[in-house]
Design a protein around this ligand. Structure first.
Ligand SMILES: Cc1ncc(COP(=O)(O)O)c(C=O)c1O
Ligand SMILES: N[C@@H](CCCC[NH3+])C(=O)O
Length: 411
């Protein structure tokens, strides 16, 4: 699907000119395509089939309107906080399709999740397991749980977003998990539902995931042999997307991997996809304030910054930057930088760009971990978010103003 495309020199989102949107809402501004959200979810859910619950990993983009699109499509949700659970429920998500991951669930979050009746808590340590058991017993419930195992495989991604290596804080080592299942099976307030695993994000090569899935399978078989029959295997998220020249796995590649590894088991599956569902459904629009020549270095100073899109500063991540109107300015090699007082505040380094002051640009691939990781650093209001549907656009989160930035403080 060609969500963002040029028509007569203007960049469009679906049937709307992004320049017109930038003029309407001012910049910086996030824009998402509803058609792209739907298409990405449907292609994964179709490829993976009915035996797999496709959960949307809310952390990637937790806007209520985005969540509502996925809820309407029947998605499950992978959450990592009580706040994310509130948002999913507010957007119409069903508790019986919510999975709760994360290494540091508080007692209040566990109590809220159990009371809401979510389908499974993915447990990350023995200490957390016994806390969940105590809270469930106190509530007079049985807690539905999976242990998140750490398969110790190298996902071949950026170190900050690799989660399945033994030195990472996530999951329980396989042998410890095996023993913990046997103990947990004796506890009356625990209901053993499945096994969970997630090895990292922006996976471009499926071989490490295949290895992890085989380790999960082996644990499932061991437990079955000991009389512990689990209902589901949650294989996590992490399918990568194309930001620049990557060649990410397709939904069909991913489905084939799961089918080959698990197709003969009488067990349901869940996946937790974030970036693959929303990453290329969104852009960040920005305007060029100044071109600046420091002699040896050229800068394109724009009105979006690391507080709006942190990925380049945090991971050195590449995002394509395209003009909203293809112009005639000569191309130059420039750093695209924002107004924030940090030398790490850049959206691109040494990029060939044709731009003049006042031009508008789109930072591509900004639908995942864009607004979700934004902040008010330098007391900058966070940008609005806009959803496009065919010829229509609507604001789905308004721009923050000075009152938003000071409203919670006491002099
Ligand atoms: C447990 C868990 N599930 C799902 C995801 C979603 O990852 P992605 O956006 O790469 O699909 C993450 C993030 O890495 C995660 O930690
Ligand atoms: N924030 C990361 C992904 C983190 C995945 C969550 N475990 C990124 O932008 O690539």
């Amino acid at each position: 699907m060609n969500t963002f495309h040029y028509r007569q020199g203007e960049l469009y989102c679906e049937d709307l000119s992004l320049a017109a949107i930038a003029q309407h809402y001012a910049t910086p501004c996030y824009v998402y395509s509803e058609a792209a959200l739907r298409e990405r979810y449907q292609s994964f859910s179709k490829a993976l089939g009915e035996s797999t619950l496709v959960c949307y990993a809310v952390k990637a983009n937790s806007n209520l309107a985005v969540l509502r699109v996925f809820a309407e499509l029947g998605a499950g949700f992978d959450i990592v906080s009580g706040g994310e659970m509130e948002r999913v429920l507010r957007a119409g998500g069903s508790p019986d399709k919510i999975i709760f991951s994360g290494v540091g669930k508080s007692s209040a979050e566990i109590r809220a999740a159990l009371s809401a009746g979510i389908v499974c808590l993915n447990v990350e340590s023995a200490a957390e397991l016994w806390r969940i058991a105590d809270i469930a017993a106190d509530l007079g419930l049985r807690a539905p749980i999976a242990l998140r195992v750490n398969p110790d495989v190298d996902p071949g991604t950026h170190a900050y977003i690799a989660t399945g290596l033994k030195e990472s804080k996530f999951g329980i080592p396989m042998d410890a998990a095996r023993a913990l299942y046997l103990e947990a099976a004796q506890h009356p307030a625990l209901e053993l539902k499945g096994i969970a695993c997630h090895i990292g994000s922006q996976l471009l090569n499926l071989a490490p995931l295949a290895e992890a899935v085989l380790r999960v399978r082996s644990l499932y078989e061991d437990l079955s042999a000991q009389g512990i029959i689990l209902e589901h295997l949650d294989l996590g998220g992490g399918v990568g997307i194309r930001y620049h020249e990557e060649n990410p796995p397709s939904p069909a590649d991913y489905a084939e991997l799961l089918e080959q590894a698990l197709g003969d088991l009488p067990v349901k599956r869940a996946v937790e996809l974030g970036r693959a569902l929303v990453g290329n459904a969104g852009v960040l629009l920005t305007r060029v304030e100044y071109l600046k020549d420091n002699g040896s270095k050229q800068f394109c100073v724009v009105d979006a910054a690391m507080n709006d899109l942190l990925r380049p500063a945090l991971y050195g991540a590449w995002h394509d930057i395209l003009p909203l109107r293809q112009g005639t300015e000569p191309e130059q090699v420039m750093d695209v930088v924002g107004p924030v007082c940090e030398s790490g505040d850049f959206l691109a380094k040494n990029r060939v760009i044709s731009a003049a002051s006042g031009d508008m640009l789109a930072v591509m691939g900004a639908g995942a971990y864009g607004f979700a990781m934004s902040s008010n650093y330098n007391s900058r209001p966070r940008p609005p978010e806009v959803l496009v549907h065919g010829h229509q656009h609507r604001v789905i989160r308004r721009r923050e103003n000075g009152d938003d930035l000071m409203g919670l403080e006491l002099l």
